[in-house]
Ligand binder design. Structure first.
Ligand code: MOS
Length: 725
């Protein structure tokens, strides 16, 4: 099915199953420990691999002496570049998953010790001796950004920013920084590789099954159809598991060497330097407005870093479309750094970009003495500011702002900072817009009805904790007119039809649209099977109907059942229209007047993101997203070690993600809307939207509480205290 024009009335509109706050259908498996994650499969004959990471960031391996490790109890092999054979590079990797002789980053795998127990492998890993010749590396963004200032990575604009900014009577020119961030998902990277002749099975923690098969085939130089990926349940990915990592590649190579299945799980400390992270950013915002607050000029310059051959954090993305202004430029700069690989993490681009522009908007509102909500409403746009002939498919940022202000009690906010006190706490409110692009990707599914009337949905889509199992079941139940418990959903295997996968908040909308396509085709087949005119057939109560005649689905399917495969492909509606998701975040914080400690007291997010397929699952996504964003605002920071070129804080004791005690009352509201230009589901992405804007709302609330504007995230107490005086 090709989606090329606005969806009309269709079977999803009944909202009999969709649109209800349905519990996770796989929830009982998870809470009873029966949902098997990658590292939990008991594969007969399985042995264990332990990664030895490089201890230099850039240079060469001169010699590896594995003799002591090989002589240690239980050790079966030590995989290194000397015996691993040729290793390719995955499509989106910048460096190979095994170093040697070249070393590309600190913590890159230099060896994998394989032993009959995890403990034996770990102990022997300490006995592998590696001699390195190290080179000089660049590790600090601020320095590297200065060096590379002559060549932007990409640049977009409209009008004449410089002239308009110079002429603007009211200006803000401020620079914000965000540090390197780690995904820090609950489940570590983990893989179990088994070979059957020339066929590889990889049970692995991965968001994108088809990309995993593609990259494993490329890296190991083997046919893709000989790679079988299994990823039934994933304990969070946040972008870190979009691509295979060292656990996947090295378990496969090791399993081939030792002739037994090999499990590799990265330890928590290894994850911080061996895998990917979000680059630090330096973002300069220049806003020029007239005296009424209308933006005349917007510029967003963003610097970020990556290994040679990489790309920048797209922190300017939202600035191209968030507010009207005739003169604008967004420029992204890339500094080559020899830190571990930068990559997609938790709403790449907007998550940190919004922390800058939405703080700058607060500074502009302050300068203009305009309410921050009103300033955003005043500068709303219904068209792409760079291409005014291109409209938004649907944009209700204003609705979110108004609804949020009303519900949060925004009118009680003091416009002068430092006015409200609750014991030792200075209390303030802040807000920010939320904005995140809406991507769609083609997605296929197989849907079948068995002779007993049960429906099975099969697709390689993943459920990374998001609710994919549930919303795909809801979609099939809705269209086929059956109850939710009549539907079985099978996900996460590369033998299944190729879905959008989980990433970039495209998963829910795209993969349900794929199931929609398959169900529509299945309905035609079922109608034909019982001699009904397909265009007149209705599906309800487990039966197919034509007028007042009906046949039970199981009977219609017959003994052999009926099964079809189809897919959704998207035309050019994301080019013809700007497609994005919107929201407004409101935050109240307390700042300890003596210590500068910041505590979030309450949070509200109001969102306009198309039809909400399952309000409970969507709310949970947003709660998690808002929590992550509090981390970025207040606690999360990878600390670069400029001597060795890696991250010093490499565990959850020192890389601080919010805990329950950090997160107070959260409220999530979805505006009731549909976006028929996005997909036949009329839905959009929602998972990452909840992150985008929160950080600035927290920073703006801190300012309102105590009058200290911290532009270097995270807003730790030392920075607040320095301003409190
Ligand atoms: Mo997302 S950072 O594209 O998994």
């Amino acid at each position: 099915m090709k989606f090329t024009q606005a969806a009309g009335a269709n079977p999803t509109d009944a909202m009999r199953v969709l649109g209800h706050p349905t519990d996770r259908i796989e929830g009982p498996l998870k809470v009873s420990g029966r949902a098997t994650y990658a590292a939990e499969f008991a594969v007969p004959g399985m042995v264990h691999g332990f990664v030895v990471g490089t201890t230099i960031a850039t240079g060469r391996i001169m010699a590896i002496d594995a003799s002591d490790a090989l002589a240690a109890p239980g050790v079966l092999a030590v995989v290194t570049h000397e015996n691993a054979g040729t290793i390719g590079i995955g499509d989106d990797h910048k460096v190979p998953m095994l170093a040697g002789p070249k070393v590309d980053q600190l913590g890159q795998a230099a060896a994998l010790v394989v032993a009959d127990s995890f403990e034996a492998a770990r102990a022997a890993a300490r006995l592998v001796r590696i001699d390195y010749a190290g080179d000089e590396g660049a590790f600090e963004l601020a320095q590297a950004a200065r060096a590379g200032a002559d060549k932007p990575f990409r640049s977009n604009g409209h009008g004449d920013f410089d002239a308009a900014f110079a002429d603007a009577p009211v200006q803000v020119d401020a620079t914000y920084t965000t540090p390197d961030h780690a995904h820090a998902m609950m489940e570590p990277y983990a893989s179990i590789a088994s070979w059957d002749g020339d066929r590889l099975t990889l049970q692995t923690a991965n968001q994108m099954v088809d990309w995993a098969a593609r990259d494993m085939a490329k890296i190991l130089d083997m046919p893709k159809d000989k790679v079988r990926i299994v990823a039934h349940h994933i304990g969070g990915g946040f972008g870190g598991k979009l691509w295979v990592r060292a656990d996947a590649v090295l378990s496969a190579i090791a399993a081939r060497q030792v002739g037994r299945p090999v499990k590799v799980v990265l330890t928590r400390p290894q994850m911080f330097n061996n895998t990917t992270h979000r680059s630090s950013t330096i973002q300069r915002l220049r806003l020029g407005a007239d005296r009424e607050g209308r933006l005349q000029a917007i510029a967003h310059d963003s610097w970020s870093g990556d290994l040679p051959g990489g790309g920048p954090e797209g922190a300017g993305a939202q600035t191209r479309q968030l507010y009207a202004a005739p003169n604008r430029q967004v420029v992204e700069w890339l500094a080559e750094l020899n830190l571990p690989e930068s990559s997609a993490m938790r709403a790449p681009g907007e998550a940190v970009g919004m922390m800058a522009i939405e703080a700058a908007m607060d500074e502009l509102a302050e300068t203009l003495t305009i309410d921050p909500v009103d300033l955003r409403i005043l500068n709303d746009t219904q068209v792409d500011p760079e291409k005014p002939e291109r409209r938004f498919s649907h944009r209700d940022l204003i609705g979110c702002l108004r609804e949020g202000a009303e519900r949060f009690g925004w009118s009680a906010r003091s416009t002068t900072p430092g006015q409200r006190r609750d014991g030792r706490w200075l209390v303030g409110m802040g807000m920010a817009a939320a904005y995140r692009g809406n991507m769609v990707l083609k997605s296929a599914a197989r849907v079948g009805i068995a002779g007993d009337g049960r429906v099975t949905v099969t697709t390689d889509m993943t459920d990374i904790g998001t609710g994919s199992y549930t919303i795909l079941a809801q979609t099939a139940a809705e269209i086929l007119g059956v109850e939710l418990d009549q539907v079985t959903v099978r996900l996460g295997e590369s033998d299944f039809p190729i879905s959008a996968g989980s990433g970039g908040q495209f998963g829910a909308n795209s993969s349900t649209a794929g199931v929609y396509a398959a169900c529509v085709t299945l309905c035609e087949k079922v109608a034909e099977a019982v001699g009904f005119e397909p265009t007149n057939a209705r599906f309800a109560d487990g039966r197919v109907w034509s007028g007042n005649k009906s046949v039970a689905l199981g009977e219609a399917a017959g003994g052999a059942g009926i099964e079809v495969e189809d897919r959704i492909e998207f035309g050019d509606l994301t080019k013809k229209f700007v497609q994005a998701t919107f929201g407004a975040h409101f935050v109240e914080v307390g700042v300890d007047a003596d210590t500068g400690e910041v505590r979030v007291r309450r949070m509200l997010g109001v969102f306009a993101a198309g039809r909400i397929l399952n309000p409970k699952a969507a709310r949970s996504q947003i709660l998690g997203a808002m929590t992550m964003a509090v981390g970025a605002a207040l606690t999360e920071e990878l600390v670069v070690d400029p001597r060795f070129g890696g991250f010093i804080n490499h565990d959850l004791a020192e890389y601080h993600v919010p805990t329950h005690a950090d997160i107070p009352h959260q409220e999530v509201v979805f505006l009731d809307e549909e976006d028929p230009l996005s997909s036949p589901m009329k839905a959009k992405g929602v998972g990452e939207l909840g992150i985008c804007g929160v950080g600035a709302a927290v920073a703006n609330a801190v300012y309102n509480a105590c009058g200290v504007r911290v532009r270097e995230y995270p807003i730790t107490l030392d920075k607040v205290l320095a301003g409190l005086g």
